[in-house]
Unconditional design. Structure first.
Length: 424
């Protein structure tokens, strides 16, 4: 999942400086507020901007709900598992998409009334937890074996449960682990019906890392062909089709290259383009066969821009070598050895990008924030910002050598607070 980006560079073009400046300008404009937060809560710090989160949620929902008769939206909790973030999305009418018993417990505690539980290899205790809440949880079954395990859990509890079935949309390579093959759909449906206790309601598929809607529309077309030969009792049972997540933010994917300060961009698509093309495909291939609800499971697209990381320079060892107070454990993987995200010096702002190794303080060389910074200079105690790092960083944070930073929430220009409880 996290290294798929290394395959994408052959399609990329050069990232323009204008695009980078356009990206960092809003953060520079608000630098006073971020500096205030660093002063109030210390460094390093994760910052959650709830108004950004609300805007993203509203924008995503509007793009699709205006184009389709019936829609439902579920935030994929794994992309950023801060409970406070999921809690906010519930307030904006999202349900939650969980992939483990731990995530399910958080979703239940947050009071979510609409939860989908997806993922391979769900254990008996995980299935049993879901089975205690058939009014709030739909299990998206990953195999017939899992259907049987769930049926025996339900038998013990003398209860029933709504379920869907995940279809595999990529049988090549390691993605083959997910779901059941489309050619086995009818037999799996019949087995599910025969098991009793499982109220079959729909289908799900998911593909990751979509810079444009092509792969998703291709599978929607294929799904239309599959559905067109399914018997009426199956089509009558289908209440939803869940087309998953995997929407890449419109800014595209930014990667380092072998040439310093030459960055590669794999162009992204606007969410309106995704919505237009996916909705057209759904209306052409799916809705004529079954008038069902279309469900979405966005993760990255929703949370990415809503969280930032603030760090502080501890040691200026050379003109072009600084050590900061936060290490790669803050993001949990060696992200900035391949990905490019501008490092902004909030203390000494400037629009020129200067070469400098911005490194963390872990006892490993694989501890990089960036190879440049934007600013007029860089000195000890300067506060640096790595903006828009909400997706697949916070969830992967780890207690390794250094402690995990705290989370501060910015609710509006004037109101911010430390999330001391963090719900964890
Ligand atoms: C990870 C995942 C998502 C979210 O993917 P994003 O790329 O973050 O949008 C949605 N659905 C399922 C089943 C997933 O595994």
């Amino acid at each position: 999942m996290l290294t798929a980006n290394t395959q994408a560079t052959d399609t990329g073009s050069l990232l323009s400086r204008e695009k980078v400046v356009e990206f960092i300008n809003p953060y520079l404009k608000n630098k006073g507020m971020y500096l205030d937060m660093a002063k109030a809560f210390g460094s390093p710090l994760y910052i959650l901007e709830t108004d950004v989160l609300a805007r993203k949620a509203a924008q995503f929902r509007a793009a699709f709900s205006h184009r389709l008769p019936e829609t439902a939206f579920f935030y994929a909790m794994k992309s950023n598992n801060l409970p406070h973030l999921s809690g906010h999305l519930l307030k904006h009418g999202f349900g939650l998409d969980v992939s483990s018993g731990v995530e399910l417990s958080v979703a239940l505690e947050l009071g979510a009334s609409s939860i989908i539980f997806s993922g391979p290899g769900k254990t008996i205790p995980e299935l049993a937890l879901a089975a205690r809440h058939p009014d709030r949880v739909v299990i998206l079954l990953d195999s017939i074996g899992e259907a049987k395990r769930l049926a025996s859990v339900l038998k013990e509890r003398q209860t029933r449960m709504p379920v869907g079935l995940r279809l595999n949309n990529n049988p090549e390579g390691l993605w083959r682990k997910f779901g059941v093959l489309p050619e086995n759909l009818l037999s799996t449906f019949k087995e599910i019906q025969a098991l009793g206790r499982l109220d079959f309601q729909g289908l799900q598929f998911h593909s990751s890392w979509n810079l444009n809607p092509d792969r998703q529309t291709a599978f929607i077309r294929k799904l239309g062909e599959i559905l067109s030969v399914m018997p009426k009792p199956f089509l009558d049972a289908v209440q939803f089709i869940d087309i998953g997540g995997g929407y890449w933010p419109a800014q595209g994917e930014w990667l380092l290259s072998d040439v310093p300060q030459n960055y590669i961009i794999d162009q992204g698509s606007s969410i309106d383009l995704f919505a237009k093309e996916l909705s057209t495909a759904i209306k052409e291939h799916i809705l004529p066969l079954t008038q069902c609800r279309i469900c979405f499971e966005p993760g990255r697209w929703i949370c990415n821009d809503a969280m930032h990381i603030l760090i502080q320079v501890v040691d200026c060892k050379e003109k072009d070598l600084v050590i900061t107070d936060a290490g790669g454990n803050t993001v949990g993987w060696e992200r900035y050895e391949t990905d490019y995200c501008p490092v902004i010096n909030l203390t000494r702002p400037g629009l020129s990008e200067k070469k400098c190794h911005i490194l963390g303080s872990l006892c490993t060389p694989h501890d990089v924030w960036g190879y440049t910074y934007f600013g007029s200079a860089i000195k000890e105690d300067d506060i640096l910002m790595i903006p828009a790092q909400g997706a697949y960083t916070y969830s992967l944070r780890q207690q390794f050598i250094k402690p995990i930073p705290r989370v501060a929430v910015k609710e509006s220009a004037s109101r911010h607070f430390l999330l001391s409880e963090c719900g964890e």
